[in-house]
Design a protein around this ligand. Structure first.
Ligand code: SF4
Length: 210
């Protein structure tokens, strides 16, 4: 039976993005193709400290949590060989599946499953400065929201490129100076392009949740 490399599975509330506050079970897969300097989940790659779980073992754990929403995260979940079968299984089990991706990769399984399960898939794409904010051209067709980390690299010009999607600006590490920068960019985007972007901090970090 196929086994999937999993760093951790836990229940919490969604602490980021447009689904903030919902109860969610997180499945953190092993591995990432990027090495962002401010990554807050460095323990998910360059490690042998992962579990190899069958789909049945994963399902048993997440059913116990009772949450309707499951987030496949990482690391970079699309970099993990188990992603396709995990996504398909969760959708068939009628979970609402959030996928957190850095946007650089694509999986045909997303295209195939989307035709049947589009109401159950929510793809959060967070392009990174360390990949020049690259987003795979096929993935673009399936993105539900763009989450941009506001740090020293983000500029209004970069945000402008994503205005065809719902955009969320997330201050890096909830730092005050980046919160102010996010508000400034938000104002500029509204003035110049008459478009609204949202500024949302990471609430799980404010309340010391996982
Ligand atoms: S893409 Fe995400 S998980 Fe990978 S290094 Fe960057 S912040 Fe960390």
């Amino acid at each position: 039976m196929e086994k999937i490399k999993v760093i951790e599975i836990f229940s919490s509330i969604e602490g980021e993005g447009s689904l903030i506050g919902y109860p969610v079970t997180f499945i953190r897969l092993e591995g990432c193709n990027l090495r962002c300097v401010w990554c807050d989940t460095k323990y998910s790659y360059d490690t042998t400290d992962y579990m190899e779980l069958t789909l049945d073992e994963i399902l048993y754990t997440i059913r116990n949590y009772k949450n309707k929403k499951v987030c496949i995260t990482g690391g970079e979940p699309l970099f993990n060989e188990g992603f396709d079968i995990l996504l398909e299984t969760l959708l068939k089990e009628e979970f609402f599946v959030i996928v957190e991706t850095n946007g650089t990769l694509f999986r045909e399984s997303i295209e195939n499953l989307y035709t049947v399960y589009n109401n159950q898939i929510h793809i959060v794409c967070s392009p990174k400065p360390f990949s020049d904010y690259k987003v795979d051209s096929k993935l673009k067709n399936y993105i539900s929201e763009i989450k941009l980390i506001v740090d020293e690299f983000l500029t209004e010009d970069i945000v402008k490129n994503f205005l065809s999607f719902p955009v969320i600006l997330q201050p890096e590490g909830n730092k005050k100076r980046f919160f102010q920068k996010a508000l400034d960019i938000q104002k500029l985007i509204l003035e110049k392009y008459q478009q609204e972007v949202r500024v949302i901090p990471q609430i799980h970090k404010i309340f010391d949740l996982k």
